[in-house]
Write a protein that binds this ligand. Structure first.
Ligand code: FCB
Length: 445
């Protein structure tokens, strides 16, 4: 991983479709969608029908000159019930996909878990249950055994903050549970499972690198008041330090332990040795997903965190997320200052806009071109100041199933006309292609 990689990212559930094919089991997102929690009644079918169109999609990547592709493996394709023997057809699919990348000169970056937990494991408590961490470790071994010779770079979890706090705390994402104690336990079990998997990867002497992807934020206070500053510090603790500290130092942040215990009672998910397992698993690289900073003020009504978000004086995307590229430079410098010289991959960055297919040969998306241009410039600035960033993966190659928003939110640099499955380049794809071509020898200019 010495050269800089320019790539794109996607995840299994968001693009594959074919949710009932070749022995795939049910995931929590199938269930969540089937029970009416997704906009417009959308489900994981057909998504981008990538399960059948993957060759065409890899060809698209090659035509854009992408050097890397971050994809995820669907656990329920590989272990339909989340345990036991592997479903060979599931692993064969990913083997063919990775070989297809290599044939086209595209470097694979594989995410083991991008939110599609087998429903059978959720029925046993999901990430709130310690057992799931051990099942994840078993699943990871199956993947390493079959793909270890063709995949060098592995990510255990995508955004464990979302898995735990949005899945089990606020319940806006699958499995839709609203229980903050369960969410806290889930966060610990996700981290523990990272530690188990990464330690086993190293202990077995497997070739390659393993890391985790966190969705980090910059938490700003709306005013200089002591209460608002404390609120911003809590958001930072909740969103960033709660994950980074145990991974890097082997300890949960004291202030957050005290805060959660005061609101939720004792935090007893941590067993002796767990924190050592998490620290020992460690990180060959840190994946950072960045979309937006947060501006907050103190609010007593919010039972657990005691804060609320305030609108920022910035333009927003179709998600309502503020566009503040400088925050990405600030974030990267902060990670280096507080956590040391970790190799970093920007594993996701991008924006949704209301793109329209109007019959032309290219979909015009100037705001996305500007978003990508300015965020890439922000990454370059961090590199110039010594942050060891080694890759950038735009979210996303294709418009896809955007979780609870269904097909309503378009993040792709390639437009997907879902009824016909036609792919049409957006201006941003052509801009990104030209940007990559201008970078000589893979280095950032
Ligand atoms: C991230 C997710 C990714 C996508 C983007 C917009 O939180 O990892 O799957 O939904 O947001």
């Amino acid at each position: 991983m010495t050269e800089f990689v320019w790539g794109a990212a996607a995840s299994a559930f968001q693009i594959e479709g074919a949710t009932q094919e070749d022995g795939r089991g049910e995931s929590i997102w199938d269930r969540f969608a089937a029970t009416g929690h997704v906009a417009n009644g959308d489900t994981g079918d057909p998504a981008c029908d990538h399960y059948h169109r993957w060759r065409e999609d890899l060809d698209l990547m090659r035509s854009l000159g992408l050097q890397g592709y971050r994809f995820s493996l669907a656990w329920p394709r590989i272990q339909p019930d989340g345990r036991g023997l592997a479903n060979a057809k599931g692993l064969d699919f990913y083997r063919r996909l990775v070989e297809g990348m290599l044939e086209r000169g595209i470097r694979p970056l594989a995410t083991l878990y991008h939110w599609d937990l087998p429903q059978a494991l959720e029925d046993g408590g999901g990430w709130a249950a310690r057992e799931t961490a051990y099942r994840f470790a078993e699943y990871a071994e199956l993947c390493f055994d079959v793909l270890g010779d063709v995949v060098e770079d592995w990510i255990t979890h995508n955004e464990p903050w979302v898995t735990s706090f949005l899945g089990y705390g606020t319940g806006v994402k699958a499995p839709g549970i609203r229980d903050w104690s369960a969410a806290l336990a889930a966060s610990h079990h996700a981290l523990l499972s990272h530690g188990l998997v990464a330690s086993a990867f190293r202990d077995a002497g497997r070739a390659g690198r393993i890391g985790i992807t966190l969705d980090l934020t910059v938490a700003n206070a709306a005013t200089g008041s002591e209460h608002d500053l404390a609120a911003a510090r809590r958001l930072d603790g909740h969103h960033n330090r709660w994950f980074l500290d145990p991974l890097v130092t082997g300890e949960y942040p004291e202030d957050m332990l005290a805060h959660y215990e005061s609101r939720l009672g004792s935090f007893d998910a941590v067993h002796d040795g767990d924190l050592e397992t998490i620290r020992r698993g460690g990180l060959d690289f840190l994946g950072v997903n960045f979309y937006r900073p947060n501006l907050v003020r103190a609010a007593s009504e919010d039972g657990v965190l005691g804060l609320e978000e305030v609108a920022q004086a910035a333009e927003v995307t179709a998600m309502g997320w503020p566009v503040v590229p400088a925050a990405l430079t600030e974030l990267l410098l902060r990670v280096r200052r507080d956590y040391g010289d970790l190799p970093i991959l920007i594993t996701e960055n991008g924006a949704a806009y209301d793109d329209v297919l109007d019959g032309g040969s290219v979909v015009e998306d100037e705001p996305r071109v500007a978003y990508l241009h300015d965020h890439i410039a922000a990454v370059v600035r961090a590199r110039e100041q010594g942050v060891d960033v080694r890759g950038y993966y735009v979210w996303s190659l294709l418009d896809n199933f955007e979780w609870e928003w269904g097909y309503e939110k378009r993040f792709g640099i390639v437009f997907v006309d879902f009824p016909t499955q036609r792919r049409v380049f957006k201006r941003s794809a052509l801009w990104y292609r030209d940007w990559i071509a201008r970078q000589t020898n893979g280095s950032v200019s």
